[in-house]
Design a protein around this ligand. Structure first.
Ligand SMILES: Cc1cc2nc3c(=O)[nH]c(=O)nc-3n(C[C@H](O)[C@H](O)[C@H](O)COP(=O)(O)OP(=O)(O)OC[C@H]3O[C@@H](n4cnc5c(N)ncnc54)[C@H](O)[C@@H]3O)c2cc1C
Length: 252
């Protein structure tokens, strides 16, 4: 467990950003991952008072505050109406309901975990993030950046009709994924995302008209071995999960 000398409930984004520039300080969101560390934090910066716990629907996009919990996106009717079971599938294996009531979208994206279900599914949709200092940028750009000291404020999810299916395999029900895959389509253009390779999720386009699409798509990703699975097994799973996701999209 970490220790912290000071605690500040930030009263503005500017204050949160300024405090977070010091390496010894840290933002506290759900605290679920942070609490596993043994960090000696100088000042904990709490974002709870910044009204970032809302899911707002606009004509062209959803705006999801950084403090929205995984449980909020799992059970939100408007997200379900636009994206079917996608958000539910993205989080339903993550530990348990009590945990998902604490862990946030902001903490999940900012940490850019290599095992992230969340990053994998969201990269299949058309998303942007808004940072306190750097402003708005595509999620794929943010996901590829090294962790920095900016504050993630919002996630935007475009309502452009893209359909996405998420597939994952775990050794046990609530463990982190052995592999995470998503396939999406918009206007006949397909995208495949593979995460927990065990590296950070990455997206590539593919053309299912090509008879070799699955082997070419899987070859576009690198896979590795760790205590959960070998590189060969992950490669094999990628073929199975991407094919299943593609078939599910075709079948509607
Ligand atoms: C036991 C366990 C099992 C898990 N299993 C899974 C799993 O199967 N799949 C999966 O996808 N995820 C999994 N996770 C990750 C989890 O879903 C959350 O992503 C994680 O807990 C971080 O969310 P949080 O709100 O608790 O962030 P915190 O723990 O509060 O913060 C995490 C890090 O991000 C920084 N941070 C937080 N918010 C912001 C912000 N707005 N801007 C900038 N930096 C910020 C913090 O300073 C900290 O360094 C697991 C986590 C744990 C502890």
């Amino acid at each position: 467990m970490f220790t912290a000398q000071n605690y500040v409930m930030a009263s503005s984004l500017e204050e949160a950003y300024t405090l977070n520039q010091k390496k010894a300080n840290a933002i506290l969101s759900g605290g679920c991952f942070l609490r596993l560390s043994k960090k000696r934090i100088h000042t904990l910066i709490d974002l709870s008072a910044l009204s970032l716990d809302q899911i707002e629907e606009f004509d062209e996009e959803f705006r999801i505050g950084a403090m929205v919990t995984l449980r909020d996106v799992e059970t939100n009717d408007a997200l379900r109406a636009s994206f079917g079971d996608g958000f539910y599938e993205m989080v339903r294996h993550i530990v348990g309901v009590q945990f998902r009531n604490c862990a946030t979208i902001g903490g999940s994206l900012a940490a850019r975990f290599g095992f992230s279900d969340i990053l994998t599914f969201l990269l299949a949709l058309d998303c942007e993030v808004e940072l306190a200092h750097a402003g708005r940028m595509p999620l794929c750009e943010y996901a590829a950046m090294k962790p920095d000291r900016d504050v993630l404020v919002y996630l935007y999810v475009k309502k452009n009709g893209r359909r996405a299916v998420y597939q994952t395999v775990r050794q046990t029900k609530t463990d982190i994924p052995v592999l995470a895959c998503a396939v999406s389509v918009l206007n006949g253009e397909y995208r495949a995302v593979v995460g927990a390779r065990p590296a950070r999720a990455m997206a590539v386009s593919f053309d299912p008209v090509d008879p070799d699409w699955i082997s070419k798509t899987v070859d576009a990703f690198s896979f590795g071995s760790n205590m959960r699975a070998s590189e060969e097994y992950r490669r094999h799973l990628a073929v199975v999960l991407l094919t299943r996701a593609y078939n599910a999209i075709r079948e509607g």
